[in-house]
Design a protein around this ligand. Structure first.
Ligand SMILES: [Zn+2]
Length: 242
């Protein structure tokens, strides 16, 4: 899953708008940020396979040090612990990080081990079985989460139009036709795994930062709007969204 992770982050922020957005929006991608680094350094193994799914074009042959159940738990606890000064932020950052594993579960093609080097692997395999349908399903699922976040934010006069538009761009960009990983899968080694790892890591860090800026701007405009129009209009808008 790709855009769905960011959509989950938006929903968490909309439910807890007073927490800092960056630890949440980086948290939802943490497992893949680590995955990209592990692919580049050869800790993880990926194999080009054009039939693997709608937009990845790689089999995730060995990704146990970031995408096993045990490592997802440990990395999420570690990520949350970084923000120990703010207990609520620490908890939500950990939840955001672990949500990555839960959302990957139905899509991945049985490549999610229980623990590093475990025999037992998890993953519903929708990528391989549904193909383009899995990409569409991810889009519909993400739209639902964004709609939920949008509704919650609108109650505080915060418009998530720009964050939502940005997620739509991410969704189209990692489509079966525009995905950069199709080209990367055709390269010779070592460029294949080096470039794929780089694209995965940057593909979560850069959008995480951009989305954080867009959310912060939306919050600022919301506060301005309340300051200008007063509490009465806020009460009206609350009624209108209910
Ligand atoms: Zn992942």
């Amino acid at each position: 899953m790709y855009v769905g992770h960011f959509a989950a982050g938006l929903l968490i922020i909309a439910k807890a708008p007073t927490v800092k957005p960056l630890p949440i929006l980086m948290g939802v991608g943490l497992l893949d940020i680590v995955n990209g680094l592990a692919v580049m350094t050869g800790i993880d193994h990926v194999t080009p396979n054009l039939a693997s799914g709608p937009y990845l074009y790689f089999d995730l042959t060995f990704i146990d040090w970031d995408h096993s159940l045990l490592m997802a738990i440990l990395l999420s606890v570690f990520w949350g612990a970084l923000f120990f000064r703010d207990a609520r932020l620490a908890l939500l950052a950990g939840v955001a990080s672990f949500s990555h594993f839960l959302l990957d579960l139905p899509l991945h093609n049985s490549d999610l081990a229980l623990y590093p080097h475990a025999e037992r692997h998890l993953g519903g395999g929708l990528w391989a079985s549904l193909g383009i349908g899995a990409w569409l399903l991810e889009g519909a699922f993400s739209a639902l989460l964004v709609a939920g976040a949008w509704r919650l934010a609108a109650r505080r006069r915060v418009s998530l139009a720009w964050p939502a538009a940005f997620l739509a761009v991410l969704f189209i960009q990692l489509s079966p036709w525009l995905s950069p990983t199709k080209f990367i899968a055709s390269l010779p080694e070592p460029y294949t795994h080096l470039l794929l790892g780089l694209v995965i890591t940057l593909g979560f860090i850069a959008p995480g930062v951009i989305l954080t800026i867009l959310v912060a701007n939306a919050e600022r405009r919301g506060r301005q709007s309340i300051a200008e129009h007063g509490i009465a209009t806020l009460a009206e808008s609350k009624q209108s969204v209910q």
